[in-house]
Design a binder for this molecule. Structure first.
Ligand SMILES: Cc1ncc(COP(=O)(O)O)c(C=O)c1O
Length: 414
């Protein structure tokens, strides 16, 4: 068996009992992995002027966010709901940065009333913030001109994205800020998600610093997230080399600090990196059939549970268990693993080599801790799964119950 899989937390736990107790499908998180991944980020650059925020869109489970806070990360929010949950997880306003886009005046007031700093990503939003909060503080999200990412839908800089302010508009932004007496205290970017190569990120850091040097008295520059994880890890995909990234980043930032003066701080805001490998989904094989030459493995992991494959054609490693033992892929056959949603696109993995599966086998979808539950829905009126945390002492703790039929009625007025 692949060493990575031997060491994987799914291989240490009683998957059958968990599914029996909490239902199938089931999200399972490993506290040890989560803390390790967070620490890799928090220790990336050991300087008081460097900090790491967690972009909680990737995973907004209250209990996991408690761990994120405990480990010293700050946080980004992209909606009032995310702010609400961050507050419940114990983050105070000074540790939250609001990175909204196309927000209403009401939403902007919600953010400012809490004393949370907001970044704006268009001139019209800068005008709005100026009208609401003249003389206040603001950050500007710039588009450094080139994006990166695993799929066109997650490239968030360059010429084909709705996000951020083009560099050419810098003077217009400055003029609007001046008109309202706004103090531009930070600039930020996010070029896209899931790069395993450091080059696009480092290039974007240089580009954003070029923009930063055109502002005086900035308190911080935030380089965004996008740190990738190896989704094809069982095939030997390499990890993002954080040491190499830190080695390249440190001299660039130090030089900038020296030339810029003041006590400027730098931030990054990864979301996927801390959670993705800490989470997996367990599901059950309920049906097997061959249709027009394709063997389908029918499971309860539909795209309401994990949207990444249908949304981004994403790849997740999938393993299988029988009687609590990992099935080794010796007589692998190619199968298409599908969910239980009434849509043809409900495909978890196409033409995937898997050991011969039977009804009742449990499958484990790896690296599902980010953009998994946070994108889950009740589509087809399916109940969203429970979430369980394997704590440091190896016990399973229910951290969110499975939806109930009553939850489906919540909100209706009779
Ligand atoms: C502004 C911003 N920051 C950070 C992130 C986190 O990205 P990732 O999860 O790829 O690190 C995102 C994700 O889209 C984002 O839009």
């Amino acid at each position: 068996m692949n060493q990575l899989m031997k060491d994987h937390f799914l291989n240490r736990i009683d998957v059958e009992s968990l599914v029996k107790e909490y239902g199938s499908p089931l999200y399972v998180y490993d506290e040890k992995t989560l803390r390790e991944r967070i620490r890799e980020l928090v220790n990336l650059l050991p300087y008081p002027w460097f900090s790491v925020s967690c972009s909680i869109k990737a995973n907004s489970n209250l209990h996991l966010l408690g761990i994120v806070r405990e480990e010293g990360m700050e946080a980004d929010a992209m909606s009032p709901g995310e702010i609400y949950i961050l507050e419940k997880a114990g983050f105070d306003a000074s540790r939250i940065f609001y990175v909204g886009n196309n927000v209403s005046a009401e939403e902007m007031k919600f953010v400012l009333d809490r004393g949370i700093l907001a970044s704006v990503d268009s001139l019209s939003q800068l005008e709005l913030l100026g009208r609401i909060n003249p003389g206040g503080r603001v950050a500007l999200r710039f588009n450094p001109g080139a994006g990166a990412g695993h799929h066109e839908k997650v490239v968030t800089a360059g010429s084909k994205t709705k996000f951020a302010i083009q560099e050419d508009l810098l003077e217009d932004a400055r003029a609007i800020a001046g008109k309202y007496g706004l103090k531009v205290v930070g600039i930020n970017q996010h070029i896209g998600s899931l790069y395993l190569d450091t080059k696009p990120f480092i290039d974007s850091v240089k580009a954003l610093l070029r923009i930063a040097s055109q502002f005086e008295n900035l308190e911080f520059v935030d380089f965004g997230g996008g740190f990738g994880i190896p989704y094809r890890k069982l095939q030997g995909e390499e990890r993002l080399d954080l040491k190499d990234l830190a080695g390249q980043l440190a001299p660039i930032l130090m030089e900038f600090r020296e030339n810029y003066g003041g006590d400027i701080r730098f931030k990054v805001e990864p979301g996927r990196y801390p959670f993705a490998e800490s989470g997996a989904i367990l599901g059950t094989v309920h049906a097997i059939k061959t249709s027009y030459g394709t063997k389908y493995i029918g499971t309860d992991i539909g795209f309401n549970v994990l949207m990444r494959p249908i949304l981004y054609d994403s790849y997740h490693e999938i393993v299988a268990f029988r009687n609590n033992r990992l099935l080794d892929g010796q007589d692998d056959e190619k199968v298409t693993i599908v969910g239980n949603i009434c849509e043809s696109g409900d495909i978890l993995a196409k033409d995937r080599p898997m050991p011969p599966l039977r009804e009742g086998d449990i499958i484990g979808v790896l690296d599902a801790g980010s953009y998994g539950y946070s994108m889950a829905s009740n589509y087809n009126l399916r109940l969203r799964p429970a979430e369980v945390l394997i704590t440091l002492d190896g016990n399973a703790r229910l951290i969110r119950r499975r939806d109930t039929f009553e939850d489906l009625l919540a909100g209706f007025r009779f």
